[in-house]
Write a protein that binds this ligand. Structure first.
Ligand code: ADQ
Length: 762
């Protein structure tokens, strides 16, 4: 969609109100006055301009549409910035932005490859079809995902620059689902609200996306996530529950995630009623000899059901010949996304079908279908709305659909009939329209006949009720209402934030309770001690040692420390009896009743020694060689940044030349014997030694780690245990099931496990 066309904001409704229409469930409260000092930062894919290339220099032309009508006054009132792509990849030759003292525009630069991948492919060939239930048309392309995420990171970084902790940042639509997370990572205390202009699909459809999890991480970084209707909000809550295992309060519309409470709600967008009414003042022409007009107005998109609509019109003229020569169906189509193959194919299909139907029925100066592929000015559009006897609005899926509302607003005489798809968000509000299933083209034809022959009394009654609804909910109120709820949601998120450990414990509790024992595997560096400049400085705090002692004494808890460090080193650093110690990435294991060294290690002792000497001889400034017995590590954290990459490359060559395998951690390279054994193998070995091959039916296994070397264990435990990545949630490419932000949260979780604090959680 074109995000700047959307219009106005209605009062929020609880996502719990599934059966009642969103509007009916909402109390009619005026939005609270905005925080006086809180500036607004709007973030959308496009800035609210198009670049017009006239005879002279390029200049910006304001885009028409309701969203601009709603956000302009909100921005002017609070002061603020609109962040978006200006529509040109030529960053150096942009015309001057129309900044005012209160409002600035900030461009997000995109290369043409980025526009293709982020917008053309991931947004419009992956998210758009899937979110509109076109599952078979969903393109899955990891390269475009990478670009989508990178571009979202850029939007997030620029939004962070343009805001402060007193601002409210409002991010729009499906092109920017990851932007809230990137913004949160850059600025943890920002007030962030997000609104989705398209449907949020049912969980079973959403999870088809290989990136369902990182997309949920993206959205849940906001304080408020808003949708058009309660169905979409409920789908989102179910996905939070099922995709991420979050605890969800449906009645309140709240999700706990990452130590924060995220609010979720329905805010049905409205239109710029004043503008449409003002342009509607001239009376419609009263020429009785004119054929009746049925009108369709859409962006050219396969979700809009245009082809099915044409077939319905064909059925009408076939089954009700009395309408021939007396009725014309006018279809206005704004071309869109012409670079996408599906859209070009659709255009051809529509052209052919219009030609066929006109060929079949045209007669003496009358053609059943008039079809224009162009954009109209608002004045011309409203004139058409005024002229049309029936609006035929039959999308196969639509977030809301503003055309239906605009048509209603233009009927100042309360005349005219709206036929509306049950799959448009608008159908949840506009109940007095004639509601149809757009795929049932025979039934749509019958409804068209009904509309064309409807008694004036019924037409007036229905349209009067529809006009009340639309006038009640103009887009300016939508924006004000949304922002007021966003303010409250941001406050709510800051009040008594649940600790990340408690949030996670609530998610894990039902699963943990199914077994009496728990085995916890804790990585050392970065997981139970903060990452430090040099490995010898990573010292365990007294508090952490105390928590580990407590855990070691808990009768149903079995704790292992697992590290890339040598076994002796890790045992000395922790120094708590009763734990299992796993050193050298799993090559060495010692613990109550356990001692293991994989076969074949001794043969590599020499290679490790010689590799260590050769690494030392590289004499890279700041680099540190750590001899760990079975393996050797090469640390480059203290190497000047410009030299790090080269140092890693050279060290990698040295390690390989000595017959060892290279693995990478955070600013460290490891040389290990080329034996298929790692942290994942070690974890499974400990579990099966201690609890037997059928350990999953006896014990719950949890693995916590922060490094790339922990990925191995995350993957090994997929489905049979649970894994937790320790670090900022933005590092979304790990294979772990959950995240905790830092070692402090890990220790808190460990204490909760030791006291079985999950036993009686809801
Ligand atoms: P769109 O998919 O773009 O928006 P829609 O809600 O119908 O769909 O808005 C289209 C807008 O474009 C309307 O304001 C309409 O007047 C205008 N328009 C259509 N054809 C035109 C023409 N030929 N000339 C000029 N203007 C034309 C997305 C979602 C929707 C959601 C909106 C707002 O897909 O479901 O309602 O955002 O959130």
């Amino acid at each position: 969609m074109n995000p700047i066309r959307s219009s106005e904001l209605a009062p929020p409704t609880s996502p719990g109100a599934t059966t009642a229409p969103a509007r009916a469930a909402a109390p009619r409260t005026e939005p609270a006055p905005p925080h006086p000092s809180r500036s607004l930062v709007v973030v959308s894919n496009r800035l609210p301009f198009t670049i017009a290339q006239g005879s002279g220099d390029a200049r910006f032309e304001r885009s028409p549409g309701g969203l601009v009508a709603a956000l302009d006054p909100a921005l002017a009132q609070r002061g603020g910035v609109w962040v978006g792509w200006p529509g040109s990849t030529d960053q150096d030759h942009l015309p001057a932005f129309p900044d005012t003292p209160a409002v600035r525009y900030r461009s997000v630069p995109l290369s043409s490859r980025e526009v293709t991948q982020y917008y053309g492919v991931f947004s419009n060939r992956t998210l758009w079809p899937l979110f509109h239930y076109f599952v078979g048309q969903t393109h899955v392309d990891p390269a475009s995902w990478a670009v989508y995420d990178r571009v979202n990171a850029r939007f997030g970084a620029i939004a962070a620059e343009e805001s402060d902790d007193d601002s409210l940042v409002w991010i729009h639509d499906y092109q920017l689902l990851r932007a809230p997370l990137h913004l949160r990572a850059a600025a943890p205390q920002r007030r962030i609200a997000f609104f989705l202009h398209i449907p949020f699909p049912a969980y079973d459809v959403f999870r088809v996306l290989p990136w369902a999890r990182p997309l949920m991480h993206g959205l849940l970084a906001a304080d408020l996530v808003g949708f058009h209707v309660s169905d979409y909000a409920n789908h989102f809550l179910t996905s939070a529950e099922r995709v991420l295992g979050c605890s969800v309060d449906r009645a309140r519309g709240e999700v706990e995630w990452d130590g924060r409470v995220v609010s979720v709600g329905a805010f049905p967008i409205g239109i710029d009623v004043d503008t449409i009414e003002r342009l509607s003042v001239p009376a419609p022409s009263a020429d009785v000899d004119q054929p009746a007009m049925v009108l369709g107005v859409d962006r050219l998109d396969y979700t809009k059901g245009i082809h099915e609509r044409l077939l319905a019109v064909e059925h009408l003229f076939e089954r009700h010949p009395e309408h021939r020569r007396r009725v014309v169906f006018t279809q206005i189509l704004v071309p869109s996304r012409e670079h996408v193959a599906e859209y070009r194919a659709l255009k051809r299909q529509i052209d052919e079908t219009v030609g066929r139907i006109n060929g079949r029925f045209s007669d003496a100066g009358w053609a059943p279908i008039r079809y224009q592929a162009r954009s109209l000015s608002t004045v011309d559009l409203v004139a058409l709305y005024r002229r049309a006897d029936v609006a035929l609005v039959t999308p196969l899926r639509d977030g809301m659909n503003l055309v239906a509302k605009e048509y209603v607003a233009a009927q100042l005489e309360d005349d005219g009939v709206v036929i509306l798809s049950e799959f448009a968000g608008a159908a949840q509000e506009l109940q007095e329209a004639l509601i149809v299933n757009p795929l049932d083209t025979q039934a749509v034809a019958t409804t068209l006949h009904r509309a064309l022959t409807m008694a004036p009394d019924e037409r007036h009654a229905r349209m009067a009720a529809l006009r009340d609804r639309v006038r009640d909910n103009p887009v300016q109120r939508w924006a004000g209402g949304f922002l007021a709820v966003a303010e409250r949601a941001a406050e709510r998120a800051r009040r008594d934030p649940p600790s990340p450990a408690d949030t996670l414990l609530r998610q894990l509790a039902p699963w943990l309770r199914e077994r009496s024992r728990i085995a916890v595997f804790l990585d050392y560096d970065g997981t139970i001690t903060p990452i430090v400049q040099r490995p010898d400085l990573a010292i365990l705090s007294d508090d952490t040692r105390d928590a580990l002692r407590q855990a070691a004494h808990a009768p149903e808890l079995d704790v292992s420390i697992i590290s890339g460090r040598g076994l002796g080193d890790i045992r000395d650093r922790v120094g708590v009896a009763g734990l299992t110690y796993i050193g050298n990435h799993g090559f060495e294991i010692e613990g109550p009743g356990l001692s293991h060294h994989p076969q074949g290690l001794e043969g590599y002792q020499d290679n490790v020694e010689r590799a260590a000497e050769a690494l030392t001889a590289l004499e890279v400034p700041g680099a540190l060689v750590e001899r760990k017995g079975a393996t050797v590590s090469y640390h480059v954290r203290e190497t000047p940044e410009g030299e790090r990459r080269d140092a890693e490359r050279r060290a990698g060559d040295v390690i390989r030349r000595h017959g060892l395998r290279v693995t990478r951690g955070k600013m460290v390279l490891e040389g290990r014997p080329p034996i298929a054994w790692g942290k994942g193998h070690a974890v499974l070995y400990v579990l099966s030694q201690r609890y037997g091959a059928e350990w999953p039916s006896r014990v719950r296994a949890l693995y916590l780690g922060d490094d790339t070397t922990d990925e191995d264990a995350f993957r090994s435990l997929r489905g049979i245990g649970r894994s937790i990545y320790v670090g900022p949630a933005v590092a979304g490419s790990h294979a772990a099931d959950f995240t905790l932000p830092d070692p402090a949260a890990v220790i808190q979780l460990l204490r909760r496990l030791a006291t079985r604090a999950f036993a009686d959680l809801d």
